[in-house]
Design a protein around this ligand. Sequence first.
Ligand code: AMP
Ligand code: MN
Ligand code: MN
Length: 370
Amino acid sequence: MGENEQKPPIAAIGGGPGEQVNGPAAGNALNGASSPGKVPVDPLAAIVDVLRRGERFLVCSHSRPDGDAVGSMLATGMLLAQMGKRADLVAADRIPNIYRELPGAEGIRIAMRVHGPYDAVIMLECDSVERTRLRGLEPFFIVNIDHHATGQEFGAINWIDRGAASVGELVYRLVRAAGGTVTPEMATCLYTTILTDTGGFCYGGTRPSTFELARELTQAGADPIRIAQEIYFSTATSKLLLLGAALSNLKREGRLAWLWVTHQDMVRTCAAEEDCEGIVNYAVSIAGVEAAAFLRELPEGAIRLSLRSKGRVDVAAIAARLGGGGHENAAGVTLEGTLTRALGEILGELRSNVSRLAYDSGEGRGREAT
Ligand code: AMP
Ligand code: MN
Ligand code: MN
């Protein structure tokens, strides 16, 4: 997905462009896996070292897991199993139905708190520990592998490559570097990560190397037809009913479009949280729309906001200002308060971004289409 500017590394310089690393936390059993501030450290090599030295690992990703989160966790678990290690895969929220058929998905444990004698926690796709919504992670040696524009160096080792199409792409490199075998099961999981995070090879960040990786994974046994069937042709009826409710609330204003569902809409259509996935894409798909928002009223009174852009509006920056994060073209945040208030807040941000866009391209406000 989106790329972004590079921030300087904290303690040592990582391997390639966009990659960052710092040394392991002081006092941890795995200290020495890299040496902060002295020799430049390749984050990938440092992570392989951690995997080789440790015995027991926790693998987790962000809450409300998507295809990249689930596929990356499963592939990492498979790599660790190949290396003869013990790995617990844990998520704070249930795995969406469309990913339940992925090999090993039944082994992901749903929990709110983690504890155990872990040598390290492999945290995938999270720009903060809080993004996991798991409690009890703080004391552990955290290996942070991410590709978000809003990625942060909160781990003991940080491998943040904003140019990667999915974290699964990074896991693939990890498997290769660790001498693992890409089995058909692993290839299926990794292919799912790039397929879903590139929106079916449609979003910015889809490059020749993305197709190269897709080719390697299909050669290794991923079945693109079967995977697409699971993801795009296994829609729950409740999702289409919810989409109907959202589309009846669709609004358009120049280069902006937005839509929403109330909690009542969710109840009436018997929708699950995962049924909201992708609804925002209908709004950004409109000709002439540059940025779109989807708002969902949560039962506890907060609002879950999804933002999408066609590339000229940086929605990661907007989401970050509101306390969330993501990629330049796909970002999200949860806002406290009512739907009306959240809508006012996000429209304020989006309107000022879009009007700046108009001036940048030499157009006046008065010429903004409706
Ligand atoms: P969504 O609209 O929920 O599909 O999210 C779009 C992108 O933004 C995904 O890459 C998410 O991981 C990221 N994202 C969503 N919510 C947050 C958040 N609160 N903090 C950081 N990143 C987020
Ligand atoms: Mn994700
Ligand atoms: Mn991702």
